[in-house]
Write a protein that binds this ligand. Structure first.
Ligand SMILES: [Zn+2]
Ligand SMILES: [Zn+2]
Length: 438
């Protein structure tokens, strides 16, 4: 009966096709130019009225009910209910709210599709029917869309679960926004036995219908620091009786600017930005201490740890010069540094090829590296990974504001594309890797 459904028929043709090139036994994919699979069947199916309406309902429900990092309890429950509805098994909790669902044979090869679930502490300023119902919380980074697209892929994949040549894991993780949710998922065993992982992030710069990425480092390694310079307060008209931490902090902050301009290879990308500074207020008072802090970024973890070492040395040394003492906290417990997001060459090529078949070559772009950070980087340090940007830019519907803006608005036409791409990447991966295990 299912073969009477044209989109499903195309989908099963896709699954049964042996024309997708098989890979060598190396962990890296090798992809030829001979793929002749009809990926369009996935997309047509995802765009059908019934499925598209469901996709929009799911996304709007999550958008209206945003939850912050490690508090995604209702979102997690909603996802589990949808998985129950589809008859998909899962295990949970990982890292408080995380879920790992399983579709397919249970055996190798095993590919994961990743979605992050958390929202941001932002008041939504978009007036629309499905606006956030919770003051001060908003899905302004599109993680509601990420969850929806992986659930959409689950629908597509579950229909043909018996034909899958391996296993697809759906990884729903908490706390991408600063909480290193991916790190905690890994610590709790969420990606054990998984051989490769794929993730999408929406991009307001890229128009709907397009995707982009690059091989190698895509996003920066990122860390944060807070420094406290301790002096000795006193009257401002008797500076010689005090030890001035303001002067020490000023010199330290100026010296930090030279770490990138004088100590970093100009072809390597790095950032050190001091973003806040505070001390006791008073025009005639030299304060006891000054607190300041900011962010550090590098395209490599090694570059990040070098920067951290030098930030510590510079602040301590400048403090000593000005008779102060300093303590520097890199916030590893509450704001764990993120490693760079490193796209595996083989996985990148795999997704690129699938994307070209699904969306057309003209819609698959090469992205420049970006100094933003993503906790997807934790996965990419362990297993072959690929993260791609998914275009959502559509000025006619108001979808152009930047991520993390209170005006952020998402073109929902991107959702079936993301769902279909997830499913196509997964099925093609299993097809290409199956010969290693059978
Ligand atoms: Zn974000
Ligand atoms: Zn995000």
């Amino acid at each position: 009966m299912e073969f009477l459904n044209p989109p499903l028929f195309l989908f099963l043709c896709f699954l049964l096709s042996s024309s997708y090139p098989l890979c060598s036994a190396t962990p890296h994919l090798s992809v030829s130019n001979e793929a002749a699979i009809d990926y369009q069947g996935f997309l047509n199916w995802a765009r059908e009225d019934e499925l598209f309406e469901w996709i929009k309902r799911v996304r709007r429900h999550i958008h209206m009910n945003p939850e912050l990092a490690f508090n995604e309890y209702k979102t997690s429950k909603f996802i589990r209910e949808e998985l129950d509805e589809m008859g998909i098994e899962y295990s949970w909790p990982y890292a408080k709210t995380g879920i790992v669902a399983t579709i397919g044979s249970g055996g190798r090869p095993i590919l994961a599709l990743r979605a992050d679930m958390d929202a941001l502490p932002i008041q939504e300023l978009v007036d629309w029917e499905y606006k956030s119902r919770l003051d001060g919380k908003m899905h302004a980074c599109g993680h509601d869309a990420h969850v929806t697209m992986v659930l959409g892929a689950a629908k597509l994949l579950q229909k043909a679960k018996d034909q899958l040549k391996g296993t697809v894991k759906l990884v729903f993780q908490p706390a991408e926004e600063g909480g290193a949710g991916a790190y905690h998922m890994i610590q709790e065993g969420a990606i054990e036995n998984i051989e490769a992982i794929f993730g999408l992030h929406v991009d307001n710069q890229l128009r709907t219908g397009a995707i982009a990425s690059k091989p190698g480092p895509l996003l920066a390694a990122s860390g944060r620091f807070v420094a406290i310079i301790q002096g000795q307060g006193g009257h401002a008209v008797k500076p010689h009786k005090a030890i001035d931490p303001v002067l020490a902090a000023s010199h330290a902050i100026l010296s930090l600017q030279q770490l990138v301009s004088r100590e970093t290879d100009p072809v390597d990308s790095s950032v050190v930005s001091v973003t806040f500074i505070s001390a006791a207020h008073g025009h005639a008072i030299i304060p006891d201490k000054v607190t300041f802090g900011g962010t550090l970024r590098s395209m490599t973890s090694e570059g990040l740890s070098n920067l951290a070492r030098r930030i510590k040395e510079v602040i301590e040394a400048q403090s000593v010069v000005h008779r102060c003492s300093a303590s520097i906290d890199f916030m590893e417990k509450i704001g764990r540094p993120y490693p760079e997001t490193l796209n595996d060459d083989g996985m990148y090529m795999h997704v690129k090829r699938v994307g070209e078949s699904l969306l057309g070559e003209h819609n698959v772009h090469l992205s420049p590296p970006v100094m933003g950070a993503e906790d997807f980087g934790f996965y990419s340090q362990i297993i072959p990974s690929a993260m791609f940007w998914l275009g959502i830019r559509n000025v006619s519907v108001g979808s152009y504001h930047s991520l993390h803006s209170p005006h952020f608005f998402l073109d929902e036409n991107a959702l079936p594309i993301g769902a279909a791409l997830h499913a196509a990447v997964a099925v093609a991966y299993l097809e290409s890797q199956a010969s290693r295990f059978h």
